[in-house]
Design a protein around this ligand. Structure first.
Ligand code: ATP
Ligand code: MG
Length: 356
């Protein structure tokens, strides 16, 4: 029997509350399968750790994580720690150190999930967002000239390497081919006259290698409009780091809200561990009250199962989640219910054990 070693970094705010439920569901899936198991090790890193030690994780944190099959991350963020520190010293450090260049975010409206769109537009909201996760607008390169002077100038570079663009776009083509769905590239070549022209060129080049995949290209502004007006246009979507960040929050908003949105940070070559997380933050306004929605974390757990090659169990976890959602009796307050975080986790685990 295969045992997967999971590094659990619950982080701050609601992170520990929701990951506890995700781990509960993962263990239930393992028990039902009888074919694999999980060994979870919890690391108390994040803003709490920073306030005590002056860093988000220990100096050898990356080396420690390297020995795991996957990382399961809750949320990092605390009003007392500047966002750029919590982001760069933990989340982005892990993404970069482990070359997790694919950010995979399902934008799928499950039965029973709330949606702010008109009825017609709700039909068929089912996108697989593939966001470039290692460079682009978030490469962290730039300069601050004449700081504090009247002629002060700030430059933030976008870094788009051929290797970086090719590997993410190729991953997207492979996904579209596997899923037999269309692929849409979202860029902005009319305004970003170097980076996005290059991106579009590489998309064109690679599309010649995948004649079986139907392709579309949108400017990011038009894409945002159509995600609201007619989301059924989009199936598999590939886009840059910044655009992907923004569009997937829009995606979360049309597919049930922050309590349901999950994301995987993948190193497809499996040279390093991949990381699975709910995309919401620490939500300090509701932390500690046992009312955070654990569904995003459960969905991220389902993505982890998929990535391990247990797609059957990944699908069953998602189906159990959807069954609880559709049933509507055991939901957290963000979805209009009165249940607690752990009651929702229990309900999903129970559905899974019942076999659907
Ligand atoms: P951070 O600074 O860590 O990003 P945040 O307050 O910005 O924290 P977000 O995740 O961006 O948190 O969420 C914004 C709001 O959405 C939260 O304040 C909370 O009210 C709600 N929210 C987020 N996640 C959940 C969840 N899992 N369940 C219920 N409500 C949530
Ligand atoms: Mg936030």
């Amino acid at each position: 029997m295969k045992t997967y070693k999971i590094a659990v970094i619950p982080g701050d705010g609601v992170g520990p509350e929701v990951l506890k439920e995700g781990m509960k569901v993962l263990k239930q899936a393992a028990e039902c399968s009888g074919a694999f198991s999980f060994e979870d090790t919890w690391f108390p890193w994040g803003c709490g750790y920073y306030l005590e030690h002056g860093q988000m994780m220990p100096g050898d944190g990356i080396r420690i994580l390297e020995g795991f099959d996957a990382i399961y991350l809750g949320a990092v963020g605390d009003p007392r720690v500047p966002d750029h520190i919590s982001l760069w010293d933990l989340l982005l450090k892990i993404r970069k150190s482990f070359d997790q260049y694919v950010n995979l975010r399902p934008v799928k409206l499950l039965r029973g999930a709330p949606c702010p769109l008109k009825d017609a537009a709700r039909e068929d909201i089912h996108m697989t967002f593939i966001r470039e996760n290692s460079e682009g607008e978030y490469a962290g390169s730039g300069s601050w000239l004449f700081k504090g002077k009247p002629n002060e100038v700030v430059i933030q570079d976008g870094v788009f390497s051929r290797t970086g663009c090719e590997r993410i776009i190729r991953y997207a083509f492979e996904t579209a081919r596997k899923e037999k769905r269309s692929l849409t590239s979202i860029s902005k070549a009319n305004a970003l006259n170097y980076s996005m022209v290059f991106w579009d060129q590489i998309f064109q080049e690679l599309s010649a290698e995948y004649p079986d995949v139907e392709t579309h290209s949108y400017l990011v502004d038009a894409a945002s409009m159509f995600m609201v007006k007619d989301p059924s246009r989009f199936q598999v979507v590939v886009t840059s780091n910044l655009f992907g960040d923004i569009l997937t929050d829009l995606g979360a908003a049309i597919a049930g809200g922050m309590g349901l949105a999950a994301g995987a940070n993948l190193n497809p070559e499996r040279k390093y561990p991949s990381m699975f997380e709910p995309i919401h933050g620490s939500a300090p306004d509701i932390a500690g009250r046992g009312i955070a929605n654990p569904m995003a974390s459960v969905w991220a757990a389902s993505q982890m199962l998929d990535f391990f090659g247990h797609e059957d169990w990944g699908t069953r976890v998602l189906e159990a989640l959807e069954a609880v959602l559709e049933d509507g009796r055991i939901l957290t307050p963000d979805l209009g219910g009165t249940a607690s975080t752990s009651q929702v986790g229990d309900a999903i685990a129970r559905k899974l054990a019942e076999g659907g």
